[in-house]
Design a protein around this ligand. Structure first.
Ligand code: ZN
Length: 282
């Protein structure tokens, strides 16, 4: 069986645009509210509410999404059978990346998780900005009850100048328990990695893939799962800024309906049940 987890990273385009004035790079309440409303509508209409919204928490917008009107969306998503995660962008795009600074990451992650839990939102998913991850994050995620990581795009190797941003070379291509020593290997930590679905160098990454590619990738994954008699559990990646125009939304809905031909969309509660039933590896 092919299981899919639909995810949306709560980013806006201007955040990444180094040519804009600083104030133009900040999120706009009204615009973001409109986009997130669209996300929720797409998820309600096409996914039975099952998706994860990853809250953007960069230094530019540290607590922006932890206040109203956004908190009401996060509650609504969870009430509808969806989930909430955090998406720390500890970076200044194309200039600085702080992901290797463990004490900084620890402070940011526990601060954000604490603030959300205080408001009654039980977050348990994580995705690094730029799909960044390092093994020293594993104990930090465990301490904060973030047992599901979605940062892996298998084979991703992103370097900017002399800085390593993201390295997922050699990572497994379906759900695995991470090794404390190497996040790209299976091991005995309590954090599960759910990689972005991939086959033949293509990904279930909507922005980078045509409907044809999405369908081909899903078909490959489904066939592999049948051939190996093994469940495949992967994620599907989109961003909040893709929910802007009707055309974009139509395109997203088309891709979702193609994926439904081959796999089943689940939420984190269903994922927990599936993990319990997985054969234990010796
Ligand atoms: Zn992002």
């Amino acid at each position: 069986m092919l299981y899919l987890i639909f995810t949306i990273d709560g980013d806006w385009k201007e955040y990444f645009d180094v040519n804009l004035a600083e104030e133009k790079r900040l999120p706009n309440v009204g615009v973001m509210q409109g986009l997130i409303k669209q996300e929720v509508e797409v998820a309600t209409g096409n996914l039975d509410g099952r998706f994860i919204h990853f809250i953007h928490t960069s230094p530019r917008a540290r607590n922006f999404f932890l206040n109203e009107p956004f908190m009401k969306f996060w509650r609504q998503i969870m009430e509808n059978g969806g989930d909430i995660g955090i998406h720390p962008h500890e970076d200044d795009p194309h200039k600085a990346y702080y992901f290797q600074d463990s004490s900084r990451m620890k402070k940011v992650i526990s601060g954000q998780v604490g603030a959300l839990r205080k408001q009654g939102l039980n977050v348990c998913a994580y995705r690094g900005g730029y799909l960044t991850f390092s093994s020293n994050l594993i104990p930090i995620l465990e301490e904060n009850g973030l047992y599901f990581d979605f940062s892996c795009e298998p084979e991703r190797y992103l370097v900017e100048g002399d800085k390593l941003v993201s390295d997922w070379r050699g990572a497994p291509t379906s759900l695995y328990r991470m090794s404390y020593q190497d996040h790209r290997k299976a091991g005995d930590s309590h954090v599960y990695e759910i990689p972005v679905g991939t086959s033949k160098g293509h990904y279930l990454y909507f922005e980078k893939s045509t409907p044809e590619i999405i369908e081909e990738t899903a078909l490959d994954l489904k066939e592999k799962s049948t051939k190996d008699s093994h469940d495949i559990i992967v994620s599907v990646l989109t961003h909040t800024y893709e929910y802007t125009s009707l055309d974009e939304i139509k395109n997203i809905e088309e891709k979702i309906s193609l994926l439904k031909k081959y796999g089943r969309f689940i939420n984190l509660k269903e994922l927990r049940n599936i993990i319990e039933d997985l054969p234990k590896k010796s």
